[in-house]
Ligand binder design. Structure first.
Ligand SMILES: NC(=O)c1ccc[n+]([C@@H]2O[C@H](COP(=O)([O-])OP(=O)(O)OC[C@H]3O[C@@H](n4cnc5c(N)ncnc54)[C@H](OP(=O)(O)O)[C@@H]3O)[C@@H](O)[C@H]2O)c1
Length: 341
C-alpha cells in the first residue's frame, strides 16, 4: 500500500488552489500508449487520489481523459461524499484549430469540457495555439479571461507558448498563471528565456517529458538503442527524437549512469533523480508524470521523489554530462517551437 505523501509534496499554486507537485498526466489514456480499460482506469484514479496524487493534467483531445475525470469525480462523490471533490484538481487544455475566435465559439468549446468533466467551474484551463502568424489567439484568450472573471474558469493558463508570445499576451493585459512546457535533463530550453520570464512575472511552469516517456529510468540503463516497435508508446517515440537531437544514445547512457550513481547514493530510483532535478528548478510548480492507468503503476516509486534532495556534488555529476550535449535551444528554438515548424 502506498504511504501518504509528505506535506512538501503539495504546493499552494494560487491562493485558492493547492496541488500535488507530481501531476498525473493523462495523455497516456488517449490510445497512443496502449489500450486502457475504462473501469480499471477509474478504479486506478481512485487509488492515485487516495495516495495523495490529487492533481490531473489532461486535454480536450486526449481521447476519453475529460470523460474519465467526470466518471472519477462521480465515483469519488458517491464513495467519499461531495466534499471530497474539493480535494481534486483537474487541469484541462483547449487546443483549437486556428480560426475565428468569437465569444460564442469559445463558450461552446468550454461548455464541452464542463459537461464531460462534470464541473461548473474548470480549475485551470491551459490554452494552446498552433500558428503565431494568426493573432486570433489574443481574441480567444480575451474571451477566456472574461469567462474566468465571470467564474466558470478558476484560472487561465497556457501550454507550449514561447517567451516572445507570452510577453505579447502580458502586454495585451491578459493575466495567466502558468505555462506548460517540455522540460527535462535532455530538454533544458526553458532555462534560456522562459524561466527568467516566469520569475519576473510571477508565473509558474508545469513540465512534461521530464521522464522522456520512461527513457529516463533504469529500464534503459545499459540497454542497446531502442528502435522501431521497441518504442511502443507515442511518448517514447517523441522523446527518443529529442535524445537523438540532444546527443545520441551513447551520451544518453552516460547520463543514465550519472543518474544511477546519484540514485544509489540517495537510496532512490534513477527516475526519482530525473524528476527531482527538474522539480527543484526555479519557477517549476509541478512535474507531470504520464500515467498508463491499469497498464503500469509507478506510484510507490514516484512518491520517493519527495524523500530526497540533490546536493552540490550531484549537480556537478549531472552537469559534467550535460556539458557534452548539443544546445536544443539553438537547434529547435524556444519552448513549443517544435510544434510550429
Ligand atoms: N502540453 C503538451 O504539449 C504535452 C505534451 C506531452 C505531454 N503532456 C502532458 O505530460 C504528461 C506526461 O507525458 P509524457 O509523454 O511527457 O511522458 P513522461 O511523463 O515523460 O513519461 C511517462 C512514462 O514514464 C514511465 N515512468 C513513470 N514513472 C516511472 C518510474 N518511477 N520509473 C520508471 N518509469 C516511470 C512510465 O512508462 P511505462 O508506462 O512504460 O512504465 C510512464 O508511462 C502527459 O500525460 C500530458 O498530461 C503535455
Amino acid at each position: 500500500m502506498t504511504l501518504p505523501l509528505p506535506a512538501d509534496s503539495s504546493f499552494q499554486f494560487t491562493p485558492d488552489l493547492r496541488l500535488c507537485r507530481l501531476l498525473n498526466g493523462m495523455w497516456q489514456v488517449s490510445g497512443a500508449h496502449g489500450r486502457i480499460a475504462p473501469e480499471t482506469a477509474i478504479e486506478n484514479m481512485m487509488a492515485y487520489h487516495q495516495a495523495g496524487f490529487t492533481t490531473w493534467d489532461l486535454a480536450d483531445h486526449y481521447g476519453p481523459a475529460e470523460d474519465f475525470i467526470g466518471a472519477f469525480r462521480q465515483r469519488l462523490a458517491q464513495t467519499r461524499g461531495e466534499a471530497e471533490l474539493a480535494n481534486v484538481q483537474a487541469f484541462t487544455k483547449w487546443v483549437p484549430q486556428p480560426g475565428a475566435m468569437t465569444r460564442q465559439i469559445v463558450e461552446n468549446n468550454m461548455a464541452i469540457s464542463h459537461r464531460r468533466m462534470g464541473m461548473d467551474r474548470l480549475d485551470l484551463l491551459q490554452f494552446h495555439w498552433w500558428d503565431y502568424t494568426d493573432s486570433r489567439y489574443l481574441d480567444a484568450l480575451t474571451h477566456l479571461a472574461a469567462l474566468r472573471d465571470e467564474g466558470t474558469i478558476r484560472h487561465l493558463a497556457l501550454t507550449n507558448f514561447d517567451t516572445e508570445h507570452l510577453q505579447r499576451i502580458v502586454d495585451h493585459g491578459i493575466r495567466v498563471v502558468s505555462n506548460q512546457v517540455q522540460y527535462s535533463l535532455i530538454d533544458r530550453r526553458p532555462e534560456v528565456d522562459m524561466v527568467p520570464f516566469c520569475q519576473a512575472h510571477n508565473m509558474w511552469l508545469f513540465t512534461y517529458g521530464t521522464l522522456a516517456g520512461g527513457l529516463l529510468s533504469e529500464t534503459y540503463l545499459g540497454q542497446p538503442e531502442p528502435r522501431g516497435s521497441a518504442l511502443n508508446t507515442a511518448s517514447l517515440r517523441k522523446y527518443k527524437q529529442m535524445v537523438d537531437a540532444w546527443g545520441g544514445w551513447a551520451l544518453f547512457q552516460e547520463l543514465l549512469q550519472a543518474l544511477k550513481q546519484i540514485a544509489d547514493k540517495h537510496g532512490v530510483s534513477l527516475a526519482n533523480v530525473a524528476v527531482r532535478s527538474i522539480l527543484e528548478r526555479p519557477a517549476v510548480a509541478g512535474v507531470i508524470v504520464g500515467v498508463r492507468l491499469g497498464v503500469t503503476d509507478h506510484r510507490d516509486d514516484n512518491a520517493r521523489v519527495f524523500a530526497m534532495a540533490l546536493d552540490a556534488e550531484d549537480h556537478v555529476c549531472l552537469q559534467t554530462v550535460l556539458d557534452k550535449s548539443r544546445d536544443l535551444y539553438r537547434l529547435i528554438g524556444d519552448c513549443g517551437d517544435e510544434y510550429r515548424r
